[in-house]
Design a protein around this ligand. Structure first.
Ligand SMILES: C[S@@+](CC[C@H](N)C(=O)[O-])C[C@H]1O[C@@H](n2cnc3c(N)ncnc32)[C@H](O)[C@@H]1O
Length: 243
């Protein structure tokens, strides 16, 4: 697993394969394993774009489209929902962009594509969101560079990602949950324990907020900032492109 996480080619194939494998149980497990707090986290992330100018939004690593739909609920539209896992996007489109939700069907555009080579023109979107996706990119700096490239001047990026509680009591308890409980429950329900072991290890191995802010700065974002939610279990990062 360690080698998979550090070799970009292997990581990319592995990630695609794992998300394909857990697609049908992904939403259920997300909510279950976070005690339904994940909905609140995405709401908070989408709110970060509330004060921006109107215009298209890129929801990168959109998966089954939960954040794309939340953006639409908050009147941020249209949304280009890009993910390189066809099964995740197709499942999300079937479940979330169906006859019961015609409005969403007209405003959310799923696109199968790679975040490291975005199929979008320079300066074509007003905002970029990425929820629980940046940790999965095989080259974070390249991904940030692509987000910066497609943003219009003055546009904003919003990154929602897991972090690690620094509290000396909570930290070890969270580690225990990540490595012992999460793979067990995730494995039982999805039938792919490796996918949930990867989730735990990728959270553990990911950049600290300070490091990610520094990478955002290097990618050209102005005023990179972050705020943590729910005892630092997740962090929302924001930055803007020079106007
Ligand atoms: C944990 S899911 C997040 C889905 C959704 N944003 C959410 O909030 O639940 C991560 C997603 O990132 C996608 N992904 C990982 N690397 C990618 C890349 N290089 N390009 C596009 N999508 C990628 C995976 O296919 C997966 O659907």
């Amino acid at each position: 697993m360690k080698q998979i996480l550090t070799d970009p080619n292997q990581k990319s194939v592995f990630v695609q394969d794992k998300f394909t494998s857990v697609t049908k149980r992904y939403d259920l497990l997300n909510s279950l394993l976070s005690c339904y707090i994940d909905h609140y986290w995405r709401k908070e992330a989408a709110k970060e774009l509330a004060d921006g100018h109107a215009g298209p939004i890129l929801d990168l690593c959109a998966g089954t489209l939960p954040l794309s739909l939340e953006l639409l609920n908050q009147n941020r539209k249209p949304v280009a929902a890009v993910d390189f896992c066809y099964e995740m996007l197709a499942y999300g489109a079937r479940e979330r962009l169906n006859k019961k939700n015609q409005g969403a069907k007209l405003q959310i555009f799923p696109v199968c594509g790679d975040g490291l080579r975005l199929p979008l023109r320079d300066e074509s979107v007003q905002g970029v969101t990425i929820a629980f996706g940046i940790r999965n990119l095989s080259n974070v700096s390249q991904g940030l560079g692509e987000m910066h490239r497609v943003l219009k001047p003055g546009g904003k990026v919003v990154i929602l990602e897991f972090s690690r509680p620094s509290n000396p009591v909570l930290g070890p308890l969270y580690k225990f949950y990540l490595h012992r409980i999460l793979p067990l429950v995730g494995g039982l329900i999805s039938k792919d324990m490796e996918a949930y072991k990867y989730l735990a290890q990728s959270i553990e191995a990911f950049y600290s907020p300070k490091e990610l802010l520094s990478l955002m700065h290097e990618a050209g974002f102005l005023n990179p900032a972050c705020r943590s939610l729910t005892l630092e279990i997740v962090t929302i990062y924001t930055g803007t492109k020079a106007g």
